[in-house]
Design a protein around this ligand. Sequence first.
Ligand code: THU
Length: 160
Amino acid sequence: MKEVKIESTLQVFDSITELPEDIQELMSVAIEAREKAYAPYSKFNVGAAILLDNNEVVSGSNQENASYPSGLCAERTAIYYAGAKYPNSKMLKMALTASSQNQLTDKPIPPCGACRQAIAEYEIKQNLPIEIYFMGAKGKVVKSESLVNLLPLVFESSVL
Ligand code: THU
């Protein structure tokens, strides 16, 4: 038996104003998307914005449904739209923001496990890391250089 240690390195920015200007802009698009979330059940709004290598920005928000599992997270709304609209472009950077309608969300909210798996698919497909920035409604912003930092031991298609 041997033990395997898995480590990830993330960067933490104190606030949105500490981010490089292009990421501040991308985060603003994510905030606009967040404000358009359809979240009448959870009251938890999430926005995502993705910068592509063709300079287009695709955004999305969570879309809920009375049949709860039929809803979709913001990250997958955005990434599937980007994949559908620009199938030959690479995704470079992704900004995420979440805000509860019930309380101040002042800590960074990472993407859920299912969204990490969806993001992994595109990172592997394009053979280029996707930078991911995530925050709450205010406060610190976390940067991951690649999805791999957020989902070690990813399940991927080479085993199929
Ligand atoms: N949600 C997202 O949009 N992204 C995540 O990564 C986590 C959760 C949404 C799904 C649902 O509409 C609400 O947040 C509460 O779970």
